[in-house]
Design a protein around this ligand. Structure first.
Ligand SMILES: [Zn+2]
Length: 203
């Protein structure tokens, strides 16, 4: 079994959502001079590879505490849309069920340190509605977001408790393979989102 890291490195170069402050990491002690090393990290709950909980965009929606841990893992259904538009046809011939986590490989994260904000392929509403009917656990994208203001895809998926994983990387490594994804959040009380270490176990 092979483990693939699908997470974005967290450092002062990590791209932030437009308008947000970037994550800031600084040394507050160094072992050479202080006898121990320690860093301060400041960031919002949506930095790097992270999960969006329903309360992020839905009044009265669930926060991360209210999901059983097994909601943060599932069977990967990879949709490779690098060379095509995202349409309902992309879901045909895929085995999608209530244990699925549907990942969209757009190629956007190849440019994560330059032009990451340009040319994102967003998910159309009819595709999101089909995913709701299939009662999946989560979707994931290798981009900042599956949609943009006024966030129709967030507002279709999150009320149905379908989580959204943003800023994934390395999805290409999963092409043609059977895998499971694990994306456990930090245990932030009433979290509306959380950075996560997303990894895939390839069978
Ligand atoms: Zn988010």
């Amino acid at each position: 079994m092979k483990i693939i890291d699908l997470s974005m490195p967290l450092d002062n170069k990590t791209p932030a959502y437009p308008g947000d402050e970037r994550i800031h990491i600084e040394d507050i002690a160094r072992v050479e001079q202080d006898g121990y090393s320690k860093k301060n990290i400041s960031c919002n709950t949506h930095c790097g590879t992270h999960i969006d909980a329903p309360i992020h965009m839905v009044v009265g929606g669930k926060n991360l505490d209210q999901f059983a841990l097994d909601h943060f893992m599932g069977e990967v259904v990879l949709i490779d849309v690098r060379k095509k538009a995202i349409t309902k046809d992309c879901l045909k011939d895929k085995k999608i069920n209530s244990n699925s986590v549907v990942l969209f490989l757009t190629g956007q994260s190849d440019n994560c340190y330059k032009e990451y904000y340009q040319g994102t392929k967003y998910i159309p509403e009819d595709v999101a509605q089909d995913l709701v009917k299939l009662k999946i656990k989560a979707i994931g994208v290798d981009a900042l977001s599956p949609d943009t203001d006024p966030y129709p895809i967030h507002k279709i998926l999150l009320p149905k408790n379908i989580l959204i994983i943003e800023n994934l990387m390395n999805l290409k490594e999963l092409i043609g393979k059977e895998s499971t994804i694990h994306f456990f959040p930090l245990k932030i009380t009433q979290g509306d989102g959380s950075p996560c270490r997303a990894i895939a176990f390839v069978k």
